[in-house]
Design a binder for this molecule. Sequence first.
Ligand SMILES: *[C@@H]1O[C@H](CO)[C@@H](O)[C@H](O)[C@H]1NC(C)=O
Ligand SMILES: *[C@@H]1O[C@H](CO)[C@@H](O)[C@H](O)[C@H]1NC(C)=O
Ligand SMILES: *[C@@H]1O[C@H](CO)[C@@H](O)[C@H](O)[C@H]1NC(C)=O
Ligand SMILES: *[C@@H]1O[C@H](CO)[C@@H](O)[C@H](O)[C@H]1NC(C)=O
Ligand SMILES: *[C@@H]1O[C@H](CO)[C@@H](O)[C@H](O)[C@H]1NC(C)=O
Length: 571
Amino acid sequence: MEAPSSSSARPSYRLLAAAVLLLAASLLPLARADDPYRFYTWNVTFGDIYPLGVKQEVRALRLVQFLCCCAALVDALFPRGEASDSAAFANGRQLNVTVTQGILINGQFPGPQIDADTNDNFIVNVFNNLPVPFLLSWQGIQQRRSSWQDGVYAGGYGGIRVLSRPRIPVPFDPPAGDFTILAGDWFKLNHTDLKGILDSGNDLPFPDGLLINGQGSNGNRFTVDQVALNLLDAILPGKTYRFRVSNVGIATSVNIRIQGHSMLLVEVEGSHTMQTTFTSIDIHLGQSYSFLVTADQPPAEYSIIVSTRFTTPVLTTTAILHYSNANGAATVLPPPAPTTEIDFSLNQARSIRWNLTASGPRPNPQGSYHYGLVNTTRTIRLANSRATINGKLRYAVNSISFIPADTPLKVADFYNISGVFTLGSMADNPTGGGAYLQTSVMAANMREYVEIIFENTENFVQSWHIDGYAFWVVGMDGGPWTPASRQGYNLRDAIARYTLQVYPQSWTAIYMPLDNVGMWNVRSESWARQYLGQQFYLRVYSPANPWRDENPIPKNALLCGRASGRRTRPL
Ligand SMILES: *[C@@H]1O[C@H](CO)[C@@H](O)[C@H](O)[C@H]1NC(C)=O
Ligand SMILES: *[C@@H]1O[C@H](CO)[C@@H](O)[C@H](O)[C@H]1NC(C)=O
Ligand SMILES: *[C@@H]1O[C@H](CO)[C@@H](O)[C@H](O)[C@H]1NC(C)=O
Ligand SMILES: *[C@@H]1O[C@H](CO)[C@@H](O)[C@H](O)[C@H]1NC(C)=O
Ligand SMILES: *[C@@H]1O[C@H](CO)[C@@H](O)[C@H](O)[C@H]1NC(C)=O
């Protein structure tokens, strides 16, 4: 990524012919013989797509920040060690792009869906046919001990459906069908133009539309069966379907609702929730939710409505819930769109609770780890801000606007290359000072148990993601956070997740056990904010034998920047 205003970020438009990957099982001490291996080959290409009637092809590139010239990928993934089934998605953000347009995986947009069980091992061979570097990040997959392969940007995306292992009960009957909805905002301007706007010191324009699974309005149809033929029942119940919905946009929160139907929320980012009925659900950038829908209405075609939240104007798109025995469009009124007030959204978020007796990925209840009874060892307060630096728009965390280095931070750390970043440059508290540019890295130690408060004094909903971790969202409220705010924390049944929202003029607090060694990206899920500096790295360090707490450096790691010419390891 190019820092718009600074001379310290060196452009690097090196090409990468083929990002390959993958790694043998023998190198992965965590892999167990009884967990199956699943092999995938992904061929990444550009292609034209016409989501809003405008042809879009993506060609160019941007600099990579974390892996600069390197694009290593994934070896084996451990789908959320601590969670059971979930909706998740992979983002293959292409570099200089805004988003999404036209990166195909095996000719498809969105890319092919991965179906897997918890604890499966994935071996993904990625062939990059783009003339530019390409990175993948795995939203919702907790990469245990392997920050080596963690990417940040995306452009293509595809669903990952993680099922519970067969012996682990799921707290609802197996659905008759399982649908994935990847919804998000979309821009007609190509990435060159969008990036140019950001680089020139301005904010992104308002998005042009919303897409569902890469299509515009009514481009998707989800067919459901209403009845199981059972002549003994006078009134036949409809079958129940699971929808896994992710907000894959780059700019706005969305709301989803279904004409004539309610949604039974069952899962959020790998946590089984107390099952609650909603008529509409807010999904912020990068978040994933699963809900059940029962086809118990008169046979017809119903609209699944997705609209932007907290925006003026409001963008809306639809998909079709099609009863297989439909006779025309439904006439029932759709649920009203939520108002622009944040209270509805805040209260909905706070009402979502963990089902403590439901199963986790292992044969014990989700609530058997009492996160609220463990004393935290450190409090970190992170305040986002909008700033002008060198006459250009930037975004910052605790007054630091992140700029990428010329060498991947993980690699620089591994080889002790000095001058790439300064450990501890991200402070534990807002300084209140003016914003400045830096390659910021927060220092932390394995086994710390941290309380992190995200403070938002802006009038924009924030969505934050922490790579490599899941955390408990213990509280959120309006106004400034003070130590007295802890009285209102939910220390019993908050959900564990990996993306959190912070409402305007509000705060959100999490508890997070630092149990995953590595160099992990903490970032805004708003692409413009992240690109213009609202991110940093959290270095979780263990002095122990690195083979115990972290996988060894992949033999085929691509070394670049100031690490060029080094060796990975012989075996
Ligand atoms: C990937 O797609 C490109 C373009 O269609 C093709 O030339 C190439 O052979 C494919 N590679 C693999 C590994 O499938
Ligand atoms: C919680 O999980 C248990 C165990 O699977 C299940 O029986 C119960 O219905 C769930 N409760 C709610 C409110 O979802
Ligand atoms: C993007 O669109 C502009 C016109 O708005 C055009 O000049 C430019 O070539 C396009 N860039 C790419 C990479 O397609
Ligand atoms: C947490 O700290 C309190 C007060 O210092 C102490 O009494 C308590 O035993 C601690 N709890 C745990 C689980 O360590
Ligand atoms: C980096 O420095 C640490 C601490 O001095 C040392 O243990 C480690 O071996 C060094 N790593 C390399 C690759 O030289």
